[in-house]
Design a protein around this ligand. Structure first.
Ligand code: SF4
Length: 178
């Protein structure tokens, strides 16, 4: 598969990323005094499992890293700790292409479980804040629905059945294996 073909297949995903980033940038402006998230804080960089569309996008970004960096990440992927293998010296090696969960982590996420409204965010953020406005949160269920639709369109373009989820360590070299 050429890069051009994959770019076309990933178009819906990159459009969704643009929308998520716009929303996150708005939340970052609104909550700027309440967020502890900053470069170098990597506590939420755990080893993830991704939808195929995100796994391929991540793998394409990985393929563009220089060879020593790729080797270091692959070495880390063979270790069994729970940190994401793309984390090197506390920095994400594919930050611009990081998955959606990495973009939204730490921000206030609104969700409903068994009919109950819930909000989740990094405990380092929003210290002392008693109440958050619903409009200042990201609707997690809505975002997941959009990502599921985008992923379904993506996987339908492949003759082979792709797994439902792909761990980051198994995603790294997907693009180069096409
Ligand atoms: S892809 Fe990057 S931002 Fe996401 S968990 Fe891995 S190192 Fe962290």
């Amino acid at each position: 598969m050429t890069e051009h073909v994959l770019d076309n297949l990933l178009k819906n995903y990159t459009d969704l990323i643009t929308r998520v980033d716009e929303h996150i940038q708005r939340l970052a402006r609104i909550h700027k005094d309440r967020l502890a998230c900053k470069k170098g804080c990597d506590e939420c960089c755990r080893h993830l499992s991704l939808f195929p569309v995100e796994a391929f996008a991540l793998s394409r970004a990985f393929s563009r890293l220089d060879a020593p960096c790729r080797e270091r990440v692959l070495d880390q992927a063979h270790q069994t700790n729970r940190a994401c293998p793309l984390l090197v010296d506390h920095v994400c090696m594919i930050y611009e292409a990081r998955p959606i969960i990495c973009r939204t982590h730490g921000y206030p996420l609104y969700m409903e479980k068994e009919g109950r409204a819930m909000v989740d965010f990094c405990p380092k953020n929003f210290k002392g804040v008693k109440k958050l406005d619903r409009s200042d949160m990201l609707d997690l269920d809505r975002m997941n629905t959009l990502l599921t639709v985008v992923n379904s369109h993506f996987t339908a373009c492949f003759e082979d059945v792709l797994p439902d989820r792909i761990p980051v360590d198994q995603a790294l070299e997907l693009y180069q294996s096409l």
